[in-house]
Ligand binder design. Sequence first.
Ligand code: SF4
Ligand code: SF4
Ligand code: FES
Length: 491
Amino acid sequence: MIKVYVSRFNSETDTEPHLECYEIEQTPHMKVLDALQAINDKYDADISFRSSCRAGQCGSCGILFKGNGALACQKEIKDGAIIEPLNFPVIKDLIVDKSSIEAKVKDLELSLQCDHKCDGLDTSITKEDSIETKKVRSCIECYSCLSTCPVVNIATEEFGGPYLMRYISKFESDPRESFDRLKEALDEGLYNCTSCGKCLAVCPKNINTFGDAIERMRAIAVANGSGPLPEHVAFKENIQKTGRSVKTDKTPFIEEVTNETGSKIAFFTGCMVDYKFPETGHKLVKILKENGIDIDVPEGQVCCGSPLLRTGQTDLVQELVDINKEVFKDYDTVITICSGCGATLKNNHPQFGSELNVMDISEFLVDKLDESKLKEVNMKVTYHDPCHLGRGQGIKDQPREIIEKIPGVEFEEMLYPCQCCGAGGGIKSGKPEIAMDLSKSKAEMIKDTGADAVVTICPFCKLNLQDGLDASGCEDIKTLHILELLDKAYE
Ligand code: SF4
Ligand code: SF4
Ligand code: FES
């Protein structure tokens, strides 16, 4: 028997939706749709829901499953599942009114607007154009991405969201299109996406909206002078001057450490650790030493290019990739302690011809920690999954395993640990109000755990989460990089 919670709403009897719990027998590979039918059969519950093809093709059965968009006919049911309607006005139970998004599509005239007349075979579309548009063409309009996007959910008026961005991009990349689709994308909030990757994670067709639509259109906006946001220009100017995307008034970390130990393991510091958080870099060196591991910190390394890729300023990226490729070419393993750097080195650099063996510190350290040396740390903590670590690198278990190895530490999961904190995609600098709203929403979840600290593995998340906690009156709750927590176990 499993318990399934279903959102119920009947406008004739209810003022708002509420969850009801049902117990059913789980059959092998049972899907949400099967579970809803089983509940209706067993309880005569008359739950209303939509479905048609039952094969992941029509998109009609979109629902929220534990807060994430999903197809009811494809998602496997689990004990404790919470099934809610998509984030639209509810008509009844899981049936929603999608007329607002349909009206928006109509307003934007999202069909090919073509002046061009062709008598014979139309040769204006090249094979390359087709490849580009194909990446965003297979949408089945399930609206999972739109209902799960954290920015849409907190700043509905300012961001058209992933569904519209993908749709607009489809026509923007079609050479026959005569409307200014890039302007539409900018008007719909092209620079309001945090690059959290949630839209890709929930898309049943694996459409990479933030990479293949949003970042692609941001690059076009920069090329034609309509992007980036003024606050983003400094990233490129700083990199051109120092190789770092941020400024510092401290001695850079790389200048403070022994650069060559003869180790085949190297540390890719990233801009934030080198220029803003050198103390975290020192903790890495110390913790590895405690575990008998030496690490080189090669001189000459530069920004990974993430701030440029995320904001569309792509022209310098090849140069940065080539410099780093040369600096790290003789190492077996390259360690990162910033999720954004790690995801960029792993996911973007191969397209620019560099494939280093990159490991996040948690995946490197999880099976190497000498637990006999760890002292007790009496603290209650929770963990925030950085988007570029959890979704970007598929690393969720290792940080938790490390935390659980530290004696004395009490761990409690927050409600949605993978929800974006708002630090990425150029939002923190360009749209600070959105970054703050997202961070405050996480601060509430952190507060609800009763934790003394929230642990993470990203300097950007660390900064933004602390801002949200402070602004929510939770200054006592501290944000710690996982190395700072581990360091306490070695004090
Ligand atoms: S990457 Fe995140 S913020 Fe951007 S559109 Fe997708 S879900 Fe929304
Ligand atoms: S892009 Fe993917 S998640 Fe979004 S509506 Fe289309 S199929 Fe659904
Ligand atoms: S019923 Fe068609 S996609 Fe689920």
